[in-house]
Design a protein around this ligand. Structure first.
Ligand code: ATP
Length: 756
């Protein structure tokens, strides 16, 4: 009977694969046909692009179905019988009968939620385990206790499939969990809440997994909106983004931009580092006020008055003229660069009036001798004067965010003296600055703040676009001339009325050809969003949200005006100096109390033995601290090796790495930054760097890089060099084994079995 069950499911999956193959072929030829289609005008180009985009999206989704095409089956009491898979697939019949139901569809919910107590209409639930679409095991759960029928696949433990997934060797890439989403996780993934949802939970409670599956669910449930506006997922560092990067594509979803907070100002790569004190000051909300106040200082009044040389005599830009112009510009409430023309016009008007009064002065006290035309001419000359513009620049300079912030950091104002000292950067007069300045991650929200204060003057960009278009027309003209020239040479004899050999000139003029040459924007919304600072995302998900500073929250809130967000984090794992102390402090400036918090408290990653040890670290600060409950234990206790001297430490680590590396398993060495070079020298095979290749058997990481990651085995080196929260993170990264190598005494009351 057992073999029959497996064979039947295998036949069904084979049928699905065949259907998927046909759908793939269909989408592929639709892409080919669309690409080959002649584009004659904007309308046909748009149609072609839409067709290409739609079918390419389908192809990406179909590719995701290659594995785990079907992983579940629901048999309802009323006789309905549905297979569940990564994506929905319909038969090629008139009714387009569903063959397999997308895991995100409502009808699939009992797969995750039904219990014997609340069976949700189910008779039985089947987990289908496959390897490359070959059925390897079935697990049946009877939810209708009156049902006497048995398939032979009823396991005694319904958690077998989950435990097998948790025990599996790590690959260095996070995997989706659609086959084993737990009920408490499903409720969050499909939460109907529209505002800010905070998902809190200790290490390994599936926060990241839940956040990613929530993104996939929302992209399914609100496809139209989110395909247009895209979803932004923010994670703490490049290694983490590489680690989670495959989850959504494996679920067929690509309309997502993954970024670290430091990547959210297009055009700036933040490669520098701040001292903890500087990062804390730059991250604090007070920076926003300081920058705004500094900008107001730059809107200066002359003291004494500025003397402006002009062809028709000297102009005096008095404090009064500047004050009135400044008031007029500020009254517009526009950002600085956009208010600047208002300031400039007010100054030009006042100086023109000054000149007109002087030149047209009637010695007999009568009306001014200059007529309106003369006055207009004088006004034009003042407006065109380079000296007048230089004076305006001095009082109301046109600024880029980079220039503004670079100047500010050289001479920080409106901060307490100690804070100003912490963020001050030495003056650097290289001419390529600040474009080449090494910005730090904490500078990025400040650049964004500056961009908001300054406003985007896009006249230069528009002029550049127009220039580019003119270039394209000129280029197209060249192409036409060439083809016309070649026609006269090659086809002279055939140049009769009926010739089939049409040259480009016969069909198209230079401008239309330029349109064709123009790079068509095939980019997805996510790609366009990545290049646009002012993009408003449809949904934002922030992982390790406890690390964000108040200034970073300001930036993120600007990217999501609708405040449709899921934030996941664990305040106990905060390690950034400017990280949020509490959700309330982080969120109330933006959404008051309109946010909801849910808690996950089961640890799916770390075995109980390791978790018991790690919990000692937060407990030193908070004796009542309770870690999340581990879902499994391995019987293997974590260990410590006391190395007698610092010189011997690298050798001891190399030996431990050799001992604990196992085929198809991943091992991480997590050590204080200062130890990394020495360790890399003795473990040369280890991957390391800003974004190390986590798929390698051995990886070497600094504490901050380990955030959010997991490995089969973890070696924590010299824990004395870690901050408390960093150490808690490092100790909770292993799925199987963990060891600590140390020379100093173990900090935070860590108790471990000592090995030799
Ligand atoms: N329902 C599930 N089925 C299978 N695996 C799961 C499930 N939930 C969580 N996991 C696994 O548990 C591990 C930890 O999950 P995840 O990284 O999402 O936790 P986290 O709460 O973000 O952890 P941390 O805060 O420590 O980074 C991952 O390997 C994840 O795939």
């Amino acid at each position: 009977m057992s073999n029959d069950g497996i064979r039947q499911e295998q036949e069904f999956i084979d049928l699905l694969r065949a259907r998927l193959g046909a759908l793939e072929a269909q989408a592929e030829s639709a892409v080919q046909a669309a690409l080959g289609q002649e584009v004659t005008n904007a309308q046909t180009r748009l149609e072609r692009d839409v067709r290409v985009a739609e079918n390419s999206g389908l192809l990406a989704a179909y590719a995701s179905g290659e594995h785990g095409l079907c992983f579940g089956r629901l048999v309802f009491r009323d006789g309905a019988d549905h297979h569940i898979g990564r994506l929905g697939i319909r038969a090629d019949d008139e009714e387009r009968t569903p063959l397999v139901v997308d895991w995100r569809a409502d009808i699939a919910r009992p797969f995750y939620l039904a219990t014997g107590y609340e069976p949700m209409g189910l008779r039985r639930r089947r987990h289908i385990t496959t390897e490359r679409n070959r059925v390897t095991a079935l697990h049946d759960e009877i939810l209708d206790l009156g049902d006497a029928e048995r398939s032979g696949f009823e396991g005694s433990d319904a958690d077998d499939v989950l435990l097998a997934a948790l025990d599996a060797a790590r690959t260095g890439r996070m995997h989706d969990i659609v086959q084993t989403i737990q009920a408490e996780q499903d409720r969050i993934i499909r939460a109907p809440h529209h505002g800010v949802l905070v998902v809190e939970g200790g290490p390994g409670t599936g926060k990241t997994a839940v956040a990613l599956h929530r993104a996939a669910y929302l992209l399914y449930a609100q496809r139209e909106l989110l395909a247009r506006r895209a979803v932004l997922i923010v994670g703490p560092n490049p290694a983490f983004l590489a680690y989670i990067g495959q989850v959504l594509p494996s679920l067929g979803e690509t309309g997502v931009l993954l970024a670290t907070p430091a990547e959210l100002f297009p055009g700036v790569r933040a490669t520098g580092t701040d001292t903890p004190a500087a990062a804390a000051v730059k991250g604090a909300a007070a920076m926003a006020d300081a920058l705004a106040a500094h900008l107001r200082d730059l809107q200066a009044l002359p003291d004494p008055a500025l003397v402006v040389e002009h062809d028709d005599g000297v102009l005096i830009l008095t404090r009064e003229i500047a004050a009135a112009a400044r008031e007029r510009a500020r009254a517009t409430q526009l950002p600085h660069n956009l208010a600047r023309p208002h300031f400039a016009f007010a100054v030009i008007d006042a100086l023109t009036e000054q000149l007109v009064e002087r030149l047209g002065h009637d010695p007999f006290g009568d009306e001014n001798l200059l007529g309106p035309d003369d006055q207009a001419l004088i006004g034009k000359a003042v407006a065109a004067s380079a000296a007048v513009h230089a004076a305006i620049d001095e009082l109301w300079p046109q600024l880029t965010p980079e220039q503004f912030l670079a100047d500010y950091l050289e001479e920080p104002t409106h901060l307490p003296p100690a804070d100003a000292e912490a963020v001050r950067r030495p003056h650097d007069s290289r001419p390529e600055l600040p474009a080449r300045w090494e910005w730090t991650p904490a500078d990025v929200p400040l650049l964004d703040e500056a961009a908001e204060l300054l406003g985007e003057d896009d006249s230069a960009r528009r002029a550049a676009e127009e220039a580019l278009r003119q270039e394209q027309i000129a280029y197209a003209q060249g192409v036409l001339d060439l083809s016309y020239g070649s026609r006269t040479q090659e086809f002279e004899d055939r140049d009769d009325e009926d010739s089939e050999y049409l040259a480009a000139h016969d069909l198209i003029d230079a401008e239309r050809l330029a349109d064709r040459q123009e790079e068509v924007d095939h980019r997805t919304a996510a790609e366009r969003a990545a290049a646009d600072r002012t993009w408003a995302f449809g949904y934002v998900i922030v992982d390790e949200a406890q690390e964000l500073s108040p200034m970073a929250w300001r930036l993120l809130m600007r990217r999501c005006p609708t405040r449709s967000m899921t934030l996941v984090g664990d305040p106990a794992q905060t390690s950034e100096p400017a990280g949020c102390g509490s959700w309330d402090a982080a969120l109330s400036p933006h959404v008051a109390d309109r946010w909801q918090r849910v808690v996950l408290d089961v640890n799916y990653r770390t075995p109980a033995e390791i978790m018991d040890t790690a919990a000692a670290v937060p407990r030193t600060a908070d004796p009542s601290f309770t870690p999340p409950r581990s879902v499994r234990s391995t019987g293997v206790r974590p260990w410590a090796l006391n190395v007698p001297t610092a010189e011997e430490l690298p050798g001891a680590v190399a030996k431990a790495v050799a001992e604990h590396t196992a085929p198809d398993r991943r091992l991480a060495v997590i050590a204080p930054e200062a130890e990394l070079d020495a360790l890399a020298a003795v473990v040369p095979e280890a991957a390391r760097g800003v974004s190390p290749d986590l798929t390698q058997p051995v990886v070497l990481l600094a504490p901050a890089q380990a955030k959010g990651l997991e490995f089969d085995t973890v070696l924590v080196v010299e824990p004395d060099g870690f901050g408390a929260n960093e150490l808690y993170v490092a100790l909770t990264r292993a799925t199987q084994r963990m060891g600590v190598l140390h020379t100093a005494t173990l900090p935070f009351g860590l108790e471990l079995e000592t090995v030799r």
